[in-house]
Design a protein around this ligand. Structure first.
Ligand SMILES: Nc1ncnc2c1ncn2[C@@H]1O[C@H](COP(=O)(O)OP(=O)(O)OP(=O)(O)O)[C@@H](O)[C@H]1O
Ligand SMILES: [Mg+2]
Length: 300
């Protein structure tokens, strides 16, 4: 088995009495696009800050490429944390040259990177003339300088319009397809669902779930049922062990499921009790419904 790109081992960090990060453990492998998804204040930026050695954890540690962090290892990581600083009166290309100087990278990769992020035609324009979306693409370009193996992005589409969001999303997918590992912090479910292969869901500094996005989406979470006599149906289904909750939505009984069930079995079982269904259908889970379920469970 290949050494993981990143192993996070029981990280905790508090600011006074606020637990920004509470025993967070996670493993990320090469080529994964890993979303760290959580509401505002859940500890995403704190996590990334620790991983980039900008912040110190109170407890726990992490390994990049199997090694405890050192300056050599960090050169293999490109990062975009919140707003990067560019010089407003310098051109896009000059700003990137300054980034290359800091990273000890050569200038000859800059044109290729500008093409990749779609700014090559505007390379001589001053930074201050750029739109928000262009500024964000330049920030991703800066993170790509030095040919990193891992790209860390903190809320890369913050404040952008839907078209720019789609452009950034496609850019990230493109970058990931070239084999880079991407770690993306976001509070946007849709962004994580559309861009990421894996997700860790954070709330109040705690990881509530981590795994493949696909596995969340493929699990069925709810079953819709309709029958002539809804109250008899409700009573009958309340005896099923796999049901965690039931409610009536627009004359349809909606059962929340603890595990996958076969609708054919449910249909047969109810028919055996003289209850005939006019409608039965499984609802696939969206990342959103799963996320909200997890968060409401964590409120207690
Ligand atoms: N320098 C600091 N001093 C005190 N508290 C802090 C500091 N930085 C972060 N926090 C607190 O730690 C918690 C986690 O913050 P963090 O910035 O990691 O969240 P986030 O998930 O990135 O949120 P957002 O989606 O708003 O960017 C919050 O309660 C925040 O108020
Ligand atoms: Mg943040």
């Amino acid at each position: 088995m290949q050494t993981p790109v990143l192993e996070i081992d029981h990280l905790s960090k508090s600011y006074g009495h606020i637990k920004a990060l509470d025993d967070f453990t996670l493993t990320i492998h090469k080529g994964e696009v890993f979303g760290i998804l959580g509401p505002n204040g859940s500890g995403k930026t704190t996590t990334l800050g620790i991983l980039l050695d900008i912040l110190k954890a109170d407890r726990g540690n992490y390994r990049w490429f199997g090694k405890l962090p050192d300056s050599y290892v960090r050169r293999r990581i490109g990062a975009l944390l919140e707003q990067p600083l560019f010089y407003p009166y310098l051109s896009a290309v000059r700003n990137l040259e300054l980034v290359a100087d800091i990273k000890g990278a050569k200038y000859d990769e800059i044109d290729g990177i500008l093409k990749k992020v779609g700014l090559y035609e505007r390379k001589t324009s001053k930074f201050k003339t750029f739109s928000l979306g262009m500024k964000q693409r330049l920030a991703i370009a800066a993170a790509l300088i030095g040919n990193p193996e891992v790209l860390i992005l903190d809320e890369p589409t913050n404040g952008l319009d839907p078209k720019s969001i789609a452009e950034i999303r496609n850019l990230i997918i493109d970058i990931a397809n070239k084999g880079l590992t991407v770690i993306l912090a976001s509070h946007l479910l849709d962004e994580v669902q559309k861009t990421c292969s894996h997700v860790a869901i954070l709330d109040k500094g705690k990881s509530l779930h981590s795994g493949k996005v696909e596995d969340v989406l493929n699990s069925s979470s709810q079953l819709e049922l309709k029958s002539e006599n809804m109250s008899i149906l409700k009573t009958a289904t309340s005896k099923f062990e796999f049901v965690s909750e039931s409610k009536v939505e627009k004359e349809t009984l909606v059962l929340s499921l603890k595990q996958d069930v076969d609708p054919a079995w449910v249909n047969k079982e109810l028919a055996g009790q003289g209850i005939y269904l006019s409608h039965i259908s499984l609802r696939k889970r969206s990342l959103e419904s799963y996320f909200l379920e997890l968060l409401s469970g964590n409120d207690a």
